[in-house]
Structure formats: structure tokens, C-alpha cells
Design a protein around this ligand. Structure first.
Ligand code: M6R
Length: 606
């Protein structure tokens, strides 16, 4: 949520800031801005509501930008104050400018103090309050590190801050708490960034800034200190390269990422399979926790939570462990019953989702063993969990999560088999058969649906003008419906609901009117007959029922036939159909597929 970039070095800094912000725009995109030193070392600021292009247009009339060598930039997802030029970052005073990710929770109290001290405010943001408090401490301390330390001592909430001081045109300062920030290492140039994708064009090497650390960055040096003492940090290298984070000829990131699913599944599974059986021995995964665990909690948000629902079915049926799937933002407030005998799995693509991170911390506090299933290496959730299994999907840039779900569910399926074996619930040959389906058959089935995208595109044309729509299913298909529905509404703005097919007639069927599309997931063989009856209930009221199944569903108006696969893994090709449906419907409606309104990729506020 929101993106930060900073550049200092031999090149034009504004060029790097814009490049970085373009890569970060997926994190928040309702306004953007930059602050930079011109060649006379005057500190300047340009910001604008709306997309990055608006800032670029303004910069075209600022000749000083051409001579800049040091600057910071920000792309915003509004929390305090509507998207506007004034509320955009950077914020500051004559002495300094800052960019901020996160939320300052005690902003009301701090603002009152500052008003009493004579400060005035032009924006509605918590960031301007932090900037003015820093200004106040800077006037007292006359040196940046002490002023920053006094500021962070006062801030409650989460923050990643990039800071420029007017009197130090050759330095960028950076600090963070509960919001990620890295320091990119270049040659004769250095960076700060909230996300590695912002700097991949220039470098893959970085330091991870930790809470309580202050980074002082010049063109030739990076000093990181903690409580005034310089520390030596481990240099890290990103696994992703710049190609992975670019669109590579696809019309949208979302389409590219759907196409990457088969390969991402194989990459994620390969290192964890030996002799066609699960093998997590290279993972520092405490398998004894899996063998003994009495109850499993899966906690996540959005699509990651839907992946958890699919996993629940597999863990319960294969390993016979009771599983609770919980929405991370609710988890803490439900006073969850967890103890040392429980395993808590946190699923997150970004590894930075604030609610999921908070749930992880609570689970640890309660003594449960925690396991993170995360895509972004070194992210907060990955670092704080007792064990981590990385999904190897590569960067996911489109706001709508696609390949992340596919790899999360693939990895969790393998883990469910491992767990079932450890608990003696499945024999080796049955495990081997299922793993073979997962590793060899499922990626091919997903690839086949991608090749047949035109069939789905035709359905998107059929539904593109509807206002409301239902997804229905039973068992695993109900969980899949939830994901299909989320994806469609997120990027096409069509209102849709996912319903347990048998539950519809208990009230909601009153919304079924002639012509309404009903997407009926029918991939659970034992439930297909019952689904047939539920489909008849809606077609009798004029609905246009579109089934997704292994074979033609005669009760439906049409069926998208998915490839034959072990039905326990049918969600994999079926979800690709739903993702493609959302994608093509969004395109057909002229929506901004990769950056849907009001959203941001990584939700780092609660
Ligand atoms: O990064 P995370 O997996 O923790 O993100 C969780 C959700 O915010 C995310 O899956 C969201 O629901 C997607 N935009 C849905 O496509």
C-alpha cells in the first residue's frame, strides 16, 4: 500500500524516481509525487492527484528536474484524506521533505501539540504531521539522526520514511517500523525502496532495513546504525530479475501472470518432491509439528484466504485434521482459542499484509507454531514466522491475485499429502498417485485452459453487460466460487455473490431474475447430481447457467469443460477459467484491469 523510492547518484534522480514509481504504481495509484535537489541544491517538490502520468506532465514544465541527483518519490493509496494534489506526498517544510508508507495512529494528539506550537497544516494527512514534528525536533537538535530518533520515539503505528534535509543535498535518510523498506546497492548510486521491483532495473542487491535502524544513504556509501552505533548488515540479492517484473508483450500483467501459472506451479513444487512423494527436508520445516498438531488454523486475507479454504478441504479429507480458516482482520478480535498444540498457517503473497502479520504475532504470543506460506522473500511475515515455505511464483504485479493463488493451493495440497503421510492416513502409493497428478497433470491442465482462453472470452462477451451475477458450488466448488466472485467484482465492477448452491433457495434465490448469469462450479463428482438440481432451480427462473465441469452438464445452458484430473485437484484448471473470465470481462467493459479503482496490491494498513 503506497510505494516509496529514493535515488542518489551520478544519474538524473527524477528519471530513476519516475521509473521506480512506475514499477510501484501497483501498490497504490491515486496520487504521486517527488522531491529532489536541483543542480543548485535547491530542494523542490512536484506532486499531483491521479496517476503517475500527471506528475510526469507537471515535471515536463520543471526544467530544474533535469539537473537533479538526489530525490525521493511516492505513489499513494489514500488513508488520511482524499486523493488530491495537497494530500499527495512528499510533505514537509522549508527544512525537509518526507515520503511515508503506513499509518500514524496517534496523529490527532501529535497534531494538537504542533498546533499549540504554532504549526499550520495544509493537508489532511498523518504524514504532514510527522513531517512537521520532525521539523520541530530538527530545529531543536540541529542534526538529522537525533531529530529522526526523537520523531520515531513519538510515532505510534506503522511507517517507512524516506527523508531529505534541505541542508544535506547529498544524503537520503530512511527508517521503518511495520512497513517494509530496503536500501538498494548500486555502483556510484544507491536507492531506498519499499519494494525490490522499484529498483530491479538498476540493481538486485540490497540491505533489508529493520525496525530501530537508521539508514544514511549517499551516492557512495550506505551507513546503517541502531541506537547511534553503526552496524554491519547482510547484503542480499533478489531472486527476481527485471524481466520477471515487466509485462513482456502481454496486454496486462494479469494476463501475463495467468500464463505464468503452469511454470510457477512446477517451480514451487519441484524442490519439494522426491520420488513423487512430498519431501520438505530442505526447508527447515518442523514436520513433527505437522505430525502432532491437533488443530490447524489458516489465517489470511482475500484471495490468500480463499486458497486457505481449498486447503482446508484437503487437510481435513486427507489428513483428518480439524481446520479453521479465518479472515485475518477478524482473527484477533474473535479471541481465538489457540495453544501450543495448534499450528497456525499464514498465507500471503506479499508477506506484508498488516492484518495477516498481526494475526501471526497473536498466534506466536499464544504459543502456537506458525508457518508462513509467502511469495516475497524476506518479507515481514516470512521473517517473523517460525517456519516459512516460499511459493516461487515470481513477482505478482497485477492487483488481482492469480498465480499466487495457484501456487499457494498447489503447495498446500502437497503439504496436506505430507501431513496425511506423517499421520499414517494415506499410504505411499496413494500419496504418489496424488503427487503425480499435482506435479505432472495439474500444470498441463492449467496450460490447456489457458490455450482455450477464447472459449472463456466468448462467455465474457455474454456477461459483460450484466449488473449482477452468481457463482454457485458445493464443497470445494463453493470455496472456488468465492474466489471466482472476488476476482470478477474486483476488476470488472460487476456485483457478484458466491453462494453455496444448496443455500440459494433459503432466501437469495429471490434475486435470480431472467437473464442473470449463474456460474455453476461442478467439479466434485459426488455432488454433480445435486448441482444439477440447483442449476435447474435457477434456470427455471430464467437464469443463464454456465457450468464448469469435466463433462457436459445438461441442466446448464452451457458448460466449460475442464481437462480430466483427480477431482481433488480440479480447482486448479477451474480457477484458471474463473480468472480468465474476470480478466476478459474487465477488458470487455473497458476497465483498468491491473489497477482497479480504490485498490492497492499490498494492504499494509489494518
Ligand atoms: O499479499 P496478500 O496475499 O497477503 O494479500 C491478500 C489480499 O489482499 C489479496 O489476495 C487480495 O484479495 C487480492 N487483490 C485479490 O485479487
Amino acid at each position: 500500500m503506497c510505494g516509496i523510492i529514493g535515488y542518489i547518484g551520478k544519474d538524473n534522480s527524477v528519471k530513476h524516481l519516475i521509473e521506480g514509481l512506475r514499477a510501484l504504481e501497483y501498490r497504490g495509484y491515486d496520487s504521486a509525487g517527488v522531491a529532489f535537489f536541483d543542480k543548485e541544491n535547491a530542494l523542490m517538490r512536484v506532486k499531483a492527484e491521479g496517476r503517475l502520468a500527471n506528475v510526469e506532465a507537471k515535471l515536463a514544465n520543471v526544467p530544474e528536474a533535469a539537473g537533479s541527483h538526489c530525490g525521493i518519490g511516492h505513489t499513494r493509496w489514500a488513508t488520511h484524506g482524499a486523493p488530491s494534489d495537497t494530500n499527495s506526498h512528499p510533505h514537509g517544510t522549508a527544512a525537509l521533505q518526507i515520503v511515508h508508507n503506513g499509518i500514524i495512529e496517534n496523529h490527532v494528539e501529535l497534531k494538537a501539540e504542533l498546533v499549540a506550537l504554532g504549526y499550520t497544516f495544509e493537508s489532511d494527512t498523518d504524514t504532514e504531521i510527522a513531517a512537521k514534528l520532525l521539523d520541530y525536533y530538527y530545529k531543536q537538535e540541529s542534526n538529522a539522526p537525533d531529530a529522526i530518533s526523537r520523531l520515531t520515539g513519538r510515532l505510534r503505528g506503522s511507517y517507512a520514511l524516506g527523508i531529505l534535509f534541505e541542508v544535506e543535498p547529498n544524503k537520503i535518510y530512511a527508517v521503518r517500523k511495520d512497513s517494509p523498506l530496503i536500501i538498494g546497492i548500486g555502483k556510484g548510486e544507491n536507492f531506498i525502496a519499499s519494494d525490490i521491483t522499484a529498483i530491479l532495473r538498476s540493481t538486485r542487491d540490497y540491505y533489508q532495513l529493520e525496525e530501530g535502524e537508521l539508514a544514511t544513504v549517499t551516492a557512495d556509501s550506505i551507513e546503517i546504525s541502531c541506537n547511534g552505533k553503526q552496524i554491519v548488515k547482510e547484503r542480499k540479492t533478489a531472486l527476481w530479475d527485471v524481466e520477471a517484473a515487466e509485462r513482456g508483450g502481454y496486454a496486462h500483467f494479469m494476463l501475463k501472470e495467468i500464463h505464468e501459472e503452469p511454470e510457477a506451479m512446477i517451480k514451487t513444487l519441484r524442490p519439494r518432491i522426491k520420488d513423487m512423494l512430498p519431501d520438505f527436508s530442505d526447508e527447515k520445516l518442523d514436520t513433527s509439528a505437522l505430525a502432532k498438531v491437533e488443530r490447524l488454523h489458516i489465517v489470511a486475507c482475500g484471495t490468500a484466504m480463499h486458497a486457505g479454504l481449498i486447503a482446508r478441504g484437503l487437510f481435513e479429507s486427507l489428513a483428518r485434521i480439524p481446520v479453521e480458516v479465518e479472515i485475518a482482520s477478524e482473527f484477533r478480535y474473535n479471541d481465538p482459542i489457540i495453544d501450543e498444540s495448534d499450528l497456525v498457517i499464514i498465507i500471503s503473497q506479499s508477506g506484508e499484509t498488516a492484518d495477516s502479520l498481526a494475526a501471526l504475532r497473536l498466534a506466536k504470543e499464544k504459543g502456537a507454531h506458525t508457518l508462513a506460506i509467502v511469495n516475497v522473500t524476506g518479507s515481514s511475515i516470512a521473517r517473523e514466522a517460525d517456519s516459512v515455505l516460499y511459493t516461487l511464483a515470481g513477482p505478482e504485479i497485477a492487483v488481482a491475485s492469480t498465480k499466487a493463488y495457484t501456487v499457494q493451493t498447489s503447495l498446500l495440497s502437497l503439504l496436506a499429502v505430507e501431513c496425511a503421510m506423517l499421520r499414517g492416513r494415506i499410504n505411499e502409493s496413494a500419496a504418489r498417485e496424488l503427487v503425480t497428478e499435482l506435479y505432472e497433470r495439474a500444470p498441463k491442465a492449467v496450460a490447456e485452459m489457458i490455450d482455450r482462453a477464447d472459449e472463456v472470452k466468448a462467455i465474457a462477451e455474454e456477461i459483460k453487460t450484466c449488473e449482477d451475477l452468481f457463482f454457485i458450488g458445493r464443497g470445494a466448488d463453493y470455496y472456488l466460487s468465492s474466489e471466482g466472485s472476488l476476482k470478477l467484482k474486483e476488476i470488472s465492477y460487476i456485483h457478484s455473490e458466491a453462494y453455496a448452491a444448496g443455500e440459494l433457495k433459503h432466501g437469495t434465490i429471490s434475486l435470480v431474475v431472467p437473464g442473470i448469469p449463474v456460474i455453476a462450479l461442478c467439479t466434485v463428482p459426488s455432488l454433480i447430481e445435486k448441482m444439477g438440481s440447483n442449476i435447474r432451480e435457477v434456470t427455471a427462473r430464467g437464469a443463464n447457467a454456465i457450468a464448469v465441469s469435466f463433462k457436459d452438464v445438461p441442466e446448464a445452458n452451457k458448460t466449460v469443460i475442464i481437462p480430466t484430473i483427480d477431482p481433488r485437484l480440479a480447482f486448479l484448471p477451474a480457477v484458471t477459467v474463473l480468472q480468465l473470465l474476470a480478466y476478459y470481462t474487465s477488458v470487455a467493459r473497458g476497465c483498468d484491469v491491473d489497477k482497479p479503482r480504490n485498490l492497492a496490491k499490498s494492504v499494509t494498513v489494518e
